[in-house]
Design a protein around this ligand. Sequence first.
Ligand code: SAM
Length: 256
Amino acid sequence: MGSGECASNDYGAPAYWDARYSSGAAASGGGEFFDWYQTYTALRPLLRAHVPAASRVLMIGCGNSLLSEDMAKDGYEDIVNIDISSVVIEQMREKHKEIQQLTYMQMDVRYMSFFGDESFDCVLDKGTLDAMMCADDAPDGASKMLAEVARLLRPHGIYLLITYGAPTERVPILNLAGCGWSIALYIMPTPEYELKMSKGATQPTMEEVALTEDGQLPPDYVLKDPESHFIYVCHKLAANGANCRDTDPEETSSAN
Ligand SMILES: C[S@@+](CC[C@H](N)C(=O)[O-])C[C@H]1O[C@@H](n2cnc3c(N)ncnc32)[C@H](O)[C@@H]1O
């Protein structure tokens, strides 16, 4: 996945991910770990700024990324990790059995009724909405997932989305879930671009970009790296304490 394109794989199918995590090939995410898009080191300044270490965090579609492990090592106290692949959940549960801050559960992000309303301070998503947008049931599955995410967040909680999807593709689906979000956007060049530009010593850069009123990039904005990643810091608005599922999407406005 990348640059707005879905490959022919069904990224929404558990069988696809189980096979991938069983394969043992690191480059395809089947090795001991594989981090999509960005690492904790690059994301740390943003995470530390928006997500206090005492937060209860839900990592959706955790895969075998190092993100949760690195966050726990950096002081995060409570990270619940879920993924649709039972293969990767078993692997990660075994790998991290000594790290008490991390728990692992096999679960579909579209159906998270196991968790009560408003039970998390932060939901972290690196690449999972992207997978859902490439699934056979897109965009309905993605929309169900986002409604669940909003239900699980406390008022003013944060959905932090790391994606290849530009605002033209992602803001409409965020709003479709029938929730009010206040969205701050950050843009990060890919590690490959940073490496090329710095000729060796990489220093990840991240730029906050003010969205227009309708949630888009300013018309004259030019991406430094056309393959850049987009980080949406979405604050759940506490509109009427509403569960997003109960809200008519027509009536919901986003405050960008
Ligand atoms: C692109 S990978 C990202 C993995 C990890 N977050 C990372 O940053 O490296 C997408 C992950 O979403 C998981 N996934 C796909 N559909 C899912 C669903 N319906 N429910 C839960 N997890 C799902 C896949 O198993 C996979 O681990």
